[in-house]
Design a protein around this ligand. Sequence first.
Ligand SMILES: [Zn+2]
Ligand SMILES: [Zn+2]
Length: 284
Amino acid sequence: MGLPDYHTHTGRCGHGEGSATEYVVAAQQAGLSALGVSDHLPVLHTQDPDLSMGLDQLQGYIDEVLELKRRYPGYVLLGIEADYRPDTIEQVKGLLAAHPFDYVIGSVHFIGDWGFDDPREADHFESRGVDDAYRSYYEAVREAVACGAFTILGHLDLVKKFGYRTSLHLDETIDKLGREIAHQGMIVEVNTAGLHKPVGELYPSAEILARLRRCGVSITFGSDAHAPAHVGRDFERAVEAARSAGYTHYARLDQQSPGQRVRPRAVPLRTDPRRKGPAACMSA
Ligand SMILES: [Zn+2]
Ligand SMILES: [Zn+2]
């Protein structure tokens, strides 16, 4: 039994490629045990077709993934990646409640109006100051956790994406955040996309992952693929990092009745995240 990939994007978001159907085929070829399609919910504070689908495309996305759920029962989930911003969160909550998403990845991509993970705006780290960016980022993440709208916390330390490192000591901040995540029953994804960004690391880092484990936070896996060929990419590295942090289990998302969010279930971590080849089951 391979791992699931709960973080994938399609061509609809304007900076990815492939259809949801192509993702399902790729996921099955890669030996993954489940696929969550989680394209970007329309970004509400600005109109930018390079960031997300528009509101007029949302129903088409949902219908396409629901059709795949019917064709691949128990394999495909309808997810969505929603931005946390203080000024749009109520509107986001309304959209989430109005549609039958199985789960929601909550992500912080903006500090104010600054899309800090957008390569077009990366030079703002210099002008704004790296420490200030980190401080503001973690404050937004704390609010995202507290708002209670999300199932999974997306790419937890994304602010490091371009390799800018803070001089702040964030251990206490992370521990406090970890306790809040555990209290909310949220799951943190081990997101492999950072390995292919300037920072060259998983999100979150090994240090943060170990702290989350001590706080009792559950984890799951996401590639953040923006092309079908990248589904499940580097999951061996993600499993290795999870085990090094002391994790023996990850959360699998089980479908509930339509319209209800998934129920997470703890599943033992294996050394081989794909079904192909021998998958030695490690004892906890
Ligand atoms: Zn994201
Ligand atoms: Zn994403």
